[in-house]
Ligand binder design. Structure first.
Ligand SMILES: Nc1ncnc2c1ncn2[C@@H]1O[C@H](COP(=O)(O)OP(=O)(O)OP(=O)(O)O)[C@@H](O)[C@H]1O
Ligand SMILES: [Mg+2]
Length: 393
């Protein structure tokens, strides 16, 4: 009986117990074997549980993990890794190069296995736009663990931050250089008495105003971005009244260029919005339409209902915007023709402010150029939720 039980335990049947009623010695021996079988069973259950936990953690990870054996072949991978490498779990047994088709990854794997270092970190770009931080750790018993962490978003944010700082510095430097130059010239007493002095002072004031506009716009943008995180109390607002308010501000510019304004909005367009933000959106869009349109043209403002929203449109007969610029003009400081926009006093923040304001009110903004049924000009659309769903426009 004891021999049979020992054989069964040896074959993995740990539930096997020996039931013996004989002499004391055999009784003791069978109790020992029973005890041993129980301990082995408990240990195996514990190890199995730990293995399952580890597997669950590995599978739940967003990072791709692969285990290399001492020869540098893939021993195991988690699900995320098969997505990153775009391979099937059958990549086991292959070299990293065969799976990732990336020499940098292969080189790093070779280095960690052959060189003395216990830890290695590299940055690789895969599938055109995805950047991974790859951490390699050598296992003392042989082989290595390789972890792929997607840092594309971090890299993009860092790039955006650098671009932003570069743009702001550049935008402020231009008027500042001019102010400095003119002010230095005016330090000369003889020059101050000359007839040109007045013109110089005017340029200084103009550039100082320009800088102040940039700073104000940037502060406005920051405010809007913060508001987006904690949505402001939006309320029913008459969009038409907001448009009229913006239009009154822009009227003098229109008059100077003899631009005709056609208002096709009904008297009341009740939308869910924040009044000042909506006035600002209309003002920026009108300002652009007037600024970039030639003299003696027409700007039309209209709206259309669409499901639960109202789509507002501001259409001009200006130069239009080429398709390749249409997405980008909503970025901070992006201008189609830098020199011309700057000469006309633009900072390239107007549409970025519009986008943040509209998104903050739960809407969308886009441009169509040329507008449907025409060959020139642009129409800027933005949506806002209807305050009264039963409203008929
Ligand atoms: N209606 C339009 N017609 C043609 N181009 C336009 C129009 N609106 C905007 N653009 C282009 O988009 C760019 C970005 O516009 P945006 O309003 O953000 O900046 P801006 O007008 O240059 O400066 P500001 O910050 O003073 O508004 C403009 O420089 C211009 O090139
Ligand atoms: Mg503008």
């Amino acid at each position: 009986k004891i021999i049979d039980a020992a054989i069964a335990i040896g074959q993995g049947q740990y539930h096997q117990t020996i039931d013996i009623n004989s002499s004391k010695e055999f009784l003791k021996l069978s109790a020992c074997i029973n005890d041993m079988a129980t301990k082995i069973r408990e240990n195996i259950e514990k190890i199995t549980e730990q293995k399952q936990e580890l597997e669950a953690v590995l599978e739940g990870m967003q990072e791709g993990v692969m285990l290399l054996d001492k020869d540098g072949r893939i021993k195991a991978t988690n699900q995320a890794l098969t997505w990153i490498a775009k391979c099937s779990p059958t990549c086991v047994g292959h070299l990293p190069m065969e799976v990732f088709l990336n020499p940098e990854v292969q080189q790093a794997c070779d280095d960690i296995l052959k060189n003395g270092k216990a830890h290695l970190r590299i940055r690789v770009v895969m599938h055109p736009d995805t950047v991974y931080e790859v951490n390699l750790v050598r296992i003392p018993e042989g082989g290595a663990v390789v972890v792929f962490h997607d840092i594309s978003e971090l890299v993009r944010l860092e790039q955006a931050r650098q671009d932003f700082v570069a743009n702001v510095s550049h935008e402020l430097r231009t008027p500042l250089t001019s102010i400095k130059g003119y002010a230095e010239t005016l330090m000369d007493e003889k020059f101050r008495a000359s007839s040109q002095a007045d013109a110089f002072i005017h340029t200084i004031v103009k550039n100082a105003n320009n800088m102040s506009n940039i700073v104000n716009d940037l502060l406005e943008l920051t405010k809007l971005q913060q508001r987006q995180k904690e949505p402001d109390q939006l309320s029913p607002v008459n969009g038409t009244a907001c448009f009229i308010s913006a239009w009154e501000t822009c009227m003098p510019m229109c008059r100077d260029k003899n631009i005709r304004m056609i208002n096709r909005l009904p008297d009341i367009t009740l939308v869910i919005a924040q009044e000042n933000s909506l006035i600002q959106v209309f003002r920026n869009l009108l300002d652009n339409a007037i600024r970039y349109s030639p003299e003696n043209t027409t700007i039309t403002v209209f709206c259309e209902p669409a499901d639960n929203t109202i789509v507002f449109g501001i259409q001009d007969e200006g130069p239009g915007i080429a398709l390749r610029h249409q997405q980008r003009i909503f970025e901070r400081f992006y201008r189609v023709d830098k020199e011309r926009s700057r000469a006309s006093g633009g900072t390239g923040l107007g549409l970025a402010i519009c986008r943040h304001a509209v998104q903050g009110m739960g809407g969308k903004i886009w441009v169509q150029s040329p507008p449907e049924g025409t060959t020139s000009g642009s129409v800027f659309f933005f949506t806002l939720e209807k305050a009264d769903r039963n409203i008929k426009l």
